[in-house]
Design a protein around this ligand. Sequence first.
Ligand code: ATR
Length: 279
Amino acid sequence: MGYQFELIGFPIKHSISPWIHEQFFTRSKLQGTYIKNEIELNDSFSGKIIEMKAKQIDGFNITVPYKQRIISYLDEVDIIAEKMGAVNTVVNQNGTWKGYNTDGKGYLRSLESKFSAFGHDKSIHILILGAGGAARGIYCALTEEGYMHIDIANRTMTSAEDIAKLANDKTSTQILSLEEAEQLINHYDLIIQTTSVGMKPNIDQSIISLASLNKPIIVSDIVYQPLKTNFLQQAENAGAQIHYGHSMLLYQAQLAFEIWTGQRVSTENLDHELQLILE
Ligand code: ATR
């Protein structure tokens, strides 16, 4: 019968994850299925979880709005997911459910796969724009990897301060307003846009202006609809190297598949294929 994996969340009708995992099954030559199990907001969440336990599925992904809520149903939570307070991947180990979060590490893998130099120098200056769940995941992954200078700018500065509490003793973090961040953009080597600003249909919006950018830094946006956001377009116009949002999806899935099956499947060409599907 093979592996049985699921995706829970709402809404997930348009999720691309089943397509990605289908590619992983083909490439790994493993048998299995990955199906969407949409849990509507007025469904009984615990009822659905009981059904999933009874089915003895091998693993599942959790997306919004259940990444926090799932935690109380787990037997174990990985230390990084615990720090983030959110789980996006659960593995069933002989009836024991263990939760992980592959978003932040997946994001770092996506950067490493595109920029071969990325990952060697932990003293680069990084700016995260936004302080929601995605920012928290990326901040945690960066601190775990030993990055030393990670600033956070957000409209609501207190949310950024909450994330900075996750710093370890090697990390230095300054909290900035969006206006301050805009003034300081040339101080950074990597800028990561994690808010929903610029997402369809608001494609003309950008969290800050990059008009004064004058260094060929890496600029990354986790929004992937559209693929080239206004923010990335500004970065490209300024001569920066740009990193599209869809590849985080791919690499967080690669890590989940690895947790479930023990196999690291090659993502060769998948980044490009995914880009074509999303365009
Ligand atoms: P996710 O979990 O997907 O990261 P989220 O928790 O809703 O999403 O976080 C949204 C982020 O986008 C926050 O940083 C939010 O800023 P606030 O903390 O000030 O709310 C930011 N954001 C959303 N819309 C914004 C807007 N119009 N201008 C500035 N920031 C915005």
